[in-house]
Design a protein around this ligand. Sequence first.
Ligand code: DAT
Ligand code: MG
Length: 152
Amino acid sequence: MADQRTFVMIKPDGVQRGLVGEIIGRLERKGLKLVGLKMLQVGEDLARRHYAVHEGKPFFEGLIRFITSSPVVAMAWEGPDAVDVVRRMLGPTDGRQAPPGTIRGDFGLDVGYNLAHASDSPESAAQELALWFADGELVGYQRAVDPWLREA
Ligand code: DAT
Ligand code: MG
């Protein structure tokens, strides 16, 4: 399985609740590799472009207000099948339905306050990484532990 990169964002509620370390720690302990990281206050334009597929839905304007309300942590994570692996670690959109053991299942109680975003397909991962990170902001590297994470 070839490595994939996926886009992950810790949303304003995750940052405000002090869950940045917890969420990053889970992805790190899984064995995924952090290849990009920045904190930013999201502007209206970036927010609307990131969530363009949801434009017109009843929750769209509230979602834009929420995501621009306080800083987020934007990240790129790499690993085998990383898009699916991270989506499953996040769990279903609504924390009330998300199973325990998932990030949303362990920490979320509301569909709108669901702590983190992760790309839902390799195509959206490529699009989102290009939207959130400039060329040169993502960093590929070897880790000494890599041979202990996967069969050669
Ligand atoms: P996901 O974040 O699991 O990919 P999505 O892409 O369907 O979910 O929706 C994007 C975000 O919009 C989601 O994380 C939270 C918000 N959202 C989705 N459905 C909602 C709803 N019914 N009411 C309020 N917010 C909603
Ligand atoms: Mg989505």
